[in-house]
Design a protein around this ligand. Structure first.
Ligand code: SAH
Length: 217
């Protein structure tokens, strides 16, 4: 009991830290406050789960830093009922945060073992989403268009196939948002692409990050 209580306190402290670091999206902060990040990690890492750091999840991959998850989710600006695609399910943590916000989540993971672990974990925790193993660079056309697409690995080029799967503002007022870190292997800039029309996109540039590399399958 003590064990669980202390994690609740640590999680609340992490949310307060994210707020102090500039995250202002209340829906995102609430969702992060509800997802038990330690359950997405090996037991040996539980005590570090609520620090603002990326941690290993196997296959050379990492669960993103909480600040990064908060920022990417805030940039997606999810509304309940939105349909969103994640490239890089990894531990399943980012997907769980989106589920908590009432998003209909689709996710693709390159590594079969990571997919299996995350799939099992998410269903045990009661999160409902659609996911598969594969190379996410071409998106998931069968389920497009999406209100949001988030890439959780560092891309080296503009993902055109993902841009084309964003919903048009003529169909849904807000239009689709793509959040993707783009750069070289050592550092990326957080980029957001807003769909403005059939062939019109507006790019915005954010801060510098370091993600595990996108696998060009
Ligand atoms: N969103 C994850 C972060 C995982 S790290 C989480 O919350 O834990 C990025 C993930 O992207 C890794 O699991 C990696 O295997 C996956 N990945 C990298 N390139 C990919 C690709 N081309 N298609 C699908 N997944 C990819």
């Amino acid at each position: 009991m003590q064990y669980f209580r202390s994690f609740n306190r640590q999680r609340a402290a992490m949310v307060a830290e994210l707020r102090s670091l500039g995250i202002r999206h209340e829906g995102v902060l609430d969702a992060i406050g509800r997802v038990e990040r330690h359950l997405f990690l090996d037991q040996a890492l539980h005590l570090r789960a609520y620090r603002n750091e990326a941690l290993p999840i196997g296959n050379g991959q990492t669960i993103s830093q909480p600040l990064t998850v908060a920022l990417q989710t805030a940039l997606l600006d999810p509304r309940p009922g939105d349909r969103m695609l994640e490239i890089g399910l990894g531990s399943g943590y980012q997907a769980a945060v989106l589920c908590e916000m009432g998003v209909e989540v689709y996710s693709i993971e390159y590594h079969e073992r990571l997919w299996q672990l995350a799939h099992q974990r998410l269903s045990t925790l009661g999160y409902v989403l659609t996911s598969r193993v594969g190379d996410g660079s071409t998106g998931w056309p069968e389920f497009a268009p999406f209100d949001g697409v988030v890439v959780t690995a560092g891309a080296t080029e503009t993902p055109k196939m993902l841009m084309s799967q964003l919903i048009l503002p003529s169909v849904k007022k807000q239009g689709g948002r793509l959040v993707v870190p783009i750069g070289d292997r050592t550092a990326q800039k957080m980029m957001r692409c807003l769909r403005k029309g059939l062939h019109e996109y507006q790019w915005e540039e954010g801060g510098a990050f370091r993600f595990v590399p996108f696998i060009n399958g």
